[in-house]
Design a protein around this ligand. Structure first.
Ligand code: AP5
Length: 205
């Protein structure tokens, strides 16, 4: 199965992608996680991406498409994959359609007013990439791998506003793009994590 999770920053794409990819036994491909790994390793790509990400803008399409092309050729993608945070522009969606056929696009819908709270309270694990929220997880270390949690640089209030503007201008049009291709299912992301997972699982059945 080949899936896409669409949604604004903080909608819960990463949280749900981790669960659904494990349940479906498919690879979870997060372009955001891939870029953050490049940044941690201090590669040329990571250094170039860092400044863009910290402004809340998008990394150029050709860089992202090249990264995804390589990633889906890896052995763990042979049985299918789930894109989280890709595609984010019509150019990326067009490039993807030339690479493979997508089975389903899940759009996780959350009111904008909720997103800022979700993002500003998020804490990330640098070890396994898990996301937590300060409202229900107060420990300083990850309960899965023990690493010390951190706050993403692009989760600062000013950057978040720009990420939301960029989402509206460049990514939201993909909702119509995939709806017109009869691939889109929208789920209500403004529920508990378990309820959202159940709605996505039902849509995939
Ligand atoms: P990326 O890492 O993809 O960030 P994003 O799309 O902005 O999404 P987030 O990771 O902020 O949120 P999410 O929807 O995954 O929510 P999460 O599950 O963490 O991209 C970062 C940057 O990289 C981009 O801005 C861009 O610069 C660049 N980039 C990446 N891909 C690119 C591409 N394709 N093209 C160009 N540039 C690209 O949840 C958020 C919080 O809410 C967590 O604390 C979580 O615990 C909590 N939460 C989750 N679900 C619920 C729920 N149901 N109820 C209550 N709380 C919840």
């Amino acid at each position: 199965m080949k899936l896409i999770f669409l949604g604004p920053p903080g909608a819960g794409k990463g949280t749900q992608a981790e669960r659904i990819a494990a349940a479906q036994k498919i690879a979870h491909i997060s372009t955001g996680d891939m870029l953050r790994a490049e940044m941690r390793e201090g590669t040329e790509l990571g250094l170039a991406a860092k400044a863009i990400i910290e402004r809340g803008e998008l990394v150029p399409d050709d860089v992202i498409i090249g990264m995804v092309k390589n990633r889906i050729q890896q052995p763990d993608c042979a049985g299918g994959f789930l894109f989280d945070g890709f595609p984010r522009t019509v150019a990326q969606a067009d490039a993807l359609s030339a690479l493979c056929e997508i089975d389903c696009v899940i759009n996780i819908d959350v009111p904008f007013a909720r997103l800022v709270d979700r993002i500003s309270g998020r804490r990330m694990c640098p070890g396994c990439g898990a996301a937590f929220h300060v409202s229900n997880y107060t420990a300083e270390t990850c309960d899965k791998c023990g690493a010390t949690l951190y706050q993403r640089d692009d989760d600062q209030a000013e950057t978040v506003q720009n990420r939301l503007r960029v989402y509206e201008a460049q990514t939201q049009p993909l909702i119509d793009y995939y709806a017109s291709r009869q691939l889109l299912t929208t789920v209500d992301g403004d529920q508990t994590v378990d309820a959202v997972t159940a709605q996505i699982a039902a849509a995939l059945r």
